[in-house]
Design a protein around this ligand. Structure first.
Ligand code: SAM
Length: 302
C-alpha cells in the first residue's frame, strides 16, 4: 500500500452522513508518525478502570491484524465502541477508514483528539454511552463495526445489533469478547456452548472466531482469554418473526436439560410444529439445529 494514496477506494459508495465531513478529495498520509500507545496512556494518565472494562491493546501489529479482519477498509466507514487510548482506532485509520467512535471515559478524549489531528477529517469521537447512542444515523448504512468491547456491555450491544431489522445497517461486526462469550456466539448444535446466543447470531448471519487473543496481550491482563468474532449478515429466512424465534429458544434453553415436549409445552403450537417437522419431542434443546429452530419459528410465525 502506498503511504500517500490519492483518494479513497470507490468500489462501495460511502453513504453521506450529516454528522461526518465529506470525504476529502486528497487524503493525508495514512502513516503519520504516532507515539507508542504506552506513552499515550502515560501522558494522559489513563490508568485502566475496571468499572469501564478497560483492558487496552498496545501491540500495533496485533491491532493491525484485527483491523484487517473486516477486509480492506480504505474509504469505508467504521463504527468503534470504546476507542480508549485509540489503539484499534489508529489501526483502522491507518487502513484508510473513516472512523466514528463512542467513548464513555472522558479522560480518553484528549488522546483521541490528538489522534484525530494526525488523520484530519477521518475521526469523529462522541463522548457517551454506546448503549444509548443510535449509531446508524451517525455512521450511515454499510459501516463496519469494530471494537474491543468492554466486557460489561459487550453481549448487550451484540444482541442489539443482531436484533436489528434486516438487513441491518452494519456491513460486518468484528468484535473482541471474552473467549467463553465468543464460543457461545459461534457454537454448533450439540456443543456445550450452544444456546440462545448462538441461534440469534447464526439464524441470519455467519459467525466465526477469526482470532484468539492471549490474555497477556492486554494491559492490564484480564483473568481469561479473548477471541475476535467476525459476523456477516445473510439474507433473512423468509416467513420467520424474530420475537417468535426468541420465544421458542427462551423456552427450550430455559430448561435445557428437559425434553422438548416438556420445555416447549407452554408455547402454543410448538409441539404440533415439532410433529409436522418430524423432530422427536424427546430431544433436548441443545441437539436442535439453528435450521430446525428457524423451521419451528416459521410455522409459528404464519
Ligand atoms: N479500544 C481500546 C483498545 O482496544 O485498547 C479500549 C478497549 S477497552 C476493552 C473498552 C473501552 O470501552 C474502554 O475505553 C472503555 O472506557 C469503553 N467503554 C466502556 N463502557 C462503555 C460504554 N458503555 N460506551 C462506550 N464506551 C465504553
Amino acid at each position: 500500500m502506498s503511504d500517500v494514496p490519492d483518494g479513497p477506494e470507490t468500489d462501495t459508495p460511502v453513504p453521506p452522513s450529516p454528522h461526518l465531513p465529506p470525504l476529502q478529495p486528497s487524503l493525508p498520509p495514512l502513516r503519520p508518525s504516532l507515539p507508542p500507545l504506552r506513552d499515550v496512556i502515560a501522558r494522559h494518565g489513563l490508568a485502566a478502570s475496571k468499572a469501564l472494562g478497560q483492558n487496552f491493546l498496545l501491540d500495533e501489529q496485533l491491532l493491525a491484524r484485527i483491523a484487517a479482519i473486516p477486509g480492506p477498509l480504505e474509504g469505508k466507514r467504521v463504527f468503534e465502541v470504546g476507542p480508549g487510548p485509540g489503539g484499534l482506532t489508529r489501526a483502522a485509520l491507518r487502513a484508510g477508514a473513516y472512523v466514528t467512535a463512542v467513548e464513555r471515559d472522558a479522560r480518553c478524549l484528549p488522546a483521541l483528539e490528538e489522534l484525530g489531528a494526525a488523520f484530519p477529517g477521518r475521526l469523529t469521537v462522541i463522548e457517551g454511552d454506546a448503549m444509548e447512542v443510535d449509531a446508524c444515523p451517525l455512521v450511515g448504512d454499510g459501516a463496519h463495526i469494530l471494537a474491543n468491547l468492554p466486557y460489561n456491555v459487550g453481549t448487550a450491544l451484540l444482541v442489539g445489533w443482531l436484533s436489528a431489522s434486516w438487513k441491518p445497517w452494519w456491513a460486518s461486526l468484528t468484535l473482541m469478547f471474552q473467549q467463553e462469550v465468543a464460543q457461545r456466539i459461534v457454537a454448533p448444535a450439540g456443543s456445550d456452548h450452544y444456546g440462545r446466543l448462538a441461534v440469534l447470531a447464526q439464524w441470519r448471519s455467519t459467525a466465526h472466531i477469526a482470532m484468539k487473543v492471549h490474555r497477556s496481550a492486554f494491559t492490564p491482563a484480564p483473568k481469561v482469554m479473548s477471541a475476535v468474532v467476525h459476523i456477516v449478515p445473510k439474507e433473512e429466512p423468509e416467513g420467520v418473526k424474530l420475537p417468535v424465534l426468541e420465544r421458542i429458544t427462551a423456552a427450550a434453553f430455559g430448561q435445557r436439560r428437559k425434553m422438548l415436549r416438556q420445555s416447549l409445552k407452554g408455547v402454543p403450537g410448538a409441539l404440533e410444529a415439532l410433529a409436522a417437522l418430524g423432530i422427536d419431542p424427546q430431544r433436548r434443546a441443545e441437539t436442535v439445529s439453528v435450521v430446525d429452530y428457524v423451521a419451528i419459528a416459521r410455522i409459528l410465525s404464519a
